[in-house]
Design a protein around this ligand. Structure first.
Ligand SMILES: [Zn+2]
Length: 298
């Protein structure tokens, strides 16, 4: 393994993210907190930040060990949806199990779906939390929903949103740094989880099409597609390989090994927020810093 994840090392830019919360004790919710259920922790952490003490957030997939694409909720998970006053999902079939649980147990609950907020077409890349524009729009929709459910906490939610936006500044700064410094650089990816972010960073996707189509359809790539990818890595056709550590398997592992022996830097990313990450922003910034390093920017 090449560069290790250095979580918490947001040294230069992280200060702005923490100062607002450390200056003063967080204010209490002016009214009773509402129960909110979120399908996956990449959105769950954002909801926690925006709801603050006015929301009791339950997240169904709270660790980065499994693959949320094919999750089967247990009875405890279903109960979280039954008791919720507000639900947040990714949508687009990514967390279909959550939408089914809502329809069956709590069909009138207010739902914020990132896919609906952003009008994303069915069949598009479902990893919406990797798209900075979608993250911002979804966060705004979450705040609007919170305000409509708990009008007494209107100004409380405004403050939470301001703090959230401040905490997002290092994230946007890192994206624009890569954009400025790495234009024209290229990548290949073992899975499309990071594609929106790579595009936002100005990188060009050189993942062989046959391989990419197979992973998008969750089928195994043909041997010829794997050989093509292997060859491109060996020839250093791409500047970095993006590796989703949550969809390990013999094929991604083989590509990773090829990249390593060809000295193509491997950048590890995760589908959901890992346990050691403290916030969505810190998780993302840490991955972006790893990418930035792999591209020779820092
Ligand atoms: Zn995925």
């Amino acid at each position: 393994m090449g560069a290790a994840l250095v979580l918490g090392a947001t040294a230069c830019s992280g200060d702005t993210a923490t100062s607002s919360s450390s200056d003063l004790p967080a204010p209490d919710c002016p009214t009773t907190a509402i129960p909110i259920t979120v399908s996956v922790n990449q959105w769950g952490n954002i909801v926690e930040q925006l709801a603050g003490k006015c929301g009791t957030v339950s997240t169904v997939i709270a660790s980065a060990t499994g693959d949320p694409h094919d999750y089967e909720p247990g009875t405890g998970d279903i109960a979280k949806f039954t008791n919720a006053q507000m639900v947040v999902v990714n949508g687009m079939g990514y967390d279909e199990w959550a939408s089914k649980a809502i329809d069956a147990n709590n069909p009138d609950v207010d739902v914020v779906s990132a896919a609906k907020v952003n009008n994303v077409a069915d069949g598009a890349n479902p990893h919406l939390w990797y798209n900075p524009t979608y993250v911002t729009a979804t966060a705004n929709a979450i705040t609007a929903q919170l305000k409509s459910l708990v009008p007494a906490a209107d100004s409380y939610f405004d403050q939470q949103q301001t703090d959230f936006n401040t905490a997002m500044e290092p994230y946007f700064a890192e994206i624009s740094k890569i954009n400025t410094g790495a234009s024209g650089k290229t990548y290949g990816a073992t899975e499309g989880v990071f594609d929106y972010m790579a595009a936002a960073c100005g990188l060009t996707d050189l993942t062989p099409k046959g391989y990419q189509n197979a992973t998008e359809n969750e089928s195994d790539p043909a041997p010829g597609d794997i050989t093509a990818f292997d060859k491109d890595l060996t020839a250093k056709k791409m500047d970095v390989l993006i590796y989703n550590t949550q969809t390990e398997g013999s094929i991604p592992n083989q590509l990773k090994a090829t990249a390593e022996s060809a000295d193509v830097p491997v950048v590890n990313v995760t589908e959901t927020m890992p346990a050691e990450a403290t916030t969505f922003q810190q998780w993302q910034v840490s991955q972006l810093q790893e990418l930035s390093q792999a591209l020779g920017l820092s």
